[in-house]
Design a protein around this ligand. Structure first.
Ligand code: PBG
Length: 322
């Protein structure tokens, strides 16, 4: 034998030397649930996501400060409002939970933490869909107006990046135009470009109380069997002005992460979603998996597939190990 691959696996030093992919703190973004129904200093555990919490405004700010101190570069905020209606009106409330957290965190931390806000209607609508409804139809163009207003409201609060996750056609361009017309040309757009209609969002929907009250999200989120359609969505979003793109979920869609990296020239993120989190936590709780090793392997695999960064509920914890 002339070639023996095992020579390069002989000890830890040689393995460290030749490892192609590394995971660093700089790769991580931590999701935070801001719950307007809680008192400022309260937090409450999320049953379907052990180890995760919904935070009142001040406790969310405190959490952001800790996350920043650990060296995690950013957080992504999701809101749970007190009031829901058909048009997600509470999402544009300038005194809304997400808006307050954005402005308080920016006042306290400035550029020490990137604040990203998920832009979507589903947490704020009585029907739980990501757009305006007419009967059972989710209206596209009418929804764009509202998405633009939500993004603008976060921009006014001082957000660094808005992240539209609704999957309406044309939303990136709409949001870009609204931001630019209002003097927010430096607010970036991180689009959920390839977002699949996935059963892995289940625990999140419990956490954010955003389960659709009728039907499902298949008329706007992508079909799980399609990969060429992801190219179409990614190319469209980049043309419309997306600065960064996301593939979501991550683990069951690593082929899409890899392709996204290959076909695009913008940073690609993988969103390791609630179901990916909870299934590993559940198996670990049963003692069936070595929790820390599996978490590390999972996140590294998302990077190896080509992700430049990862949104993960483990961001805070993993930052302590790295
Ligand atoms: C809002 C949104 C969802 C997630 C992120 N933004 C839920 C959904 O589309 O149903 C899911 C995140 C996760 O599961 O961790 N549209």
């Amino acid at each position: 034998m002339l070639i023996r691959p095992r020579r390069l696996r002989k000890n830890q030093k040689i393995r460290d030397l030749v490892r192609e992919t590394v995971l660093t703190k700089n790769d991580l973004i931590m999701p935070i649930f801001v719950d307007e129904n809680l008192k400022n200093n309260e937090k409450t555990p999320i049953t379907s996501m052990p180890g995760q919490f919904r935070y009142g405004v001040d406790s969310a700010v405190k959490e952001c400060v800790e996350i920043s101190k650990l060296g995690v570069p950013g957080v992504i905020l999701f809101g749970i409002p007190t009031e829901k209606d058909e048009f997600a009106n509470s999402a544009v409330n300038e005194n809304g939970g997400v808006q307050k957290v954005i402005s308080k965190v920016k006042a306290e931390l400035g550029d020490d933490l990137l604040v990203i806000a998920d832009v979507c209607m589903c947490e704020y609508t009585s029907h739980g869909h990501c757009g305006i409804i007419k009967g059972e139809e989710i209206l596209n163009d009418e929804t764009l107006e509202i998405l633009g207003n939500i993004a603008l409201s976060y921009a006014k609060a001082g957000v660094d990046i808005v992240a539209p996750s609704d999957m309406m056609d044309g939303r990136v361009l709409k949001i870009r135009n609204v931001l630019d017309e209002n003097g927010f040309k430096n607010v970036s757009i991180m689009s959920y470009a390839a977002k699949y209609a996935s059963a892995f969002y289940g625990p999140f929907r419990d956490a954010a109380e955003s389960t659709p009250q009728f039907g499902d999200r298949k008329s706007y989120q992508m079909d799980m069997g399609n990969s060429r359609e992801a190219i179409k969505e990614i190319e469209l979003d980049i043309k419309e002005g997306a600065d960064l793109i996301l593939v979501k979920p991550a683990l069951p869609y690593l082929d899409i992460v890899k392709m996204a990296k290959k076909i695009s020239n913008v940073p690609v993120g993988g969103y390791c979603v609630s179901g990916e989190y909870s299934m590993i936590e559940a198996a670990a709780e049963k003692g069936w998996l070595d929790r820390e090793k599996v978490i590390y392997e999972t996140l590294l695999s998302i990077k190896r597939a080509g992700a430049d960064f990862i949104i993960t509920y483990w961001a805070k914890e993993v930052a302590k190990w790295l």
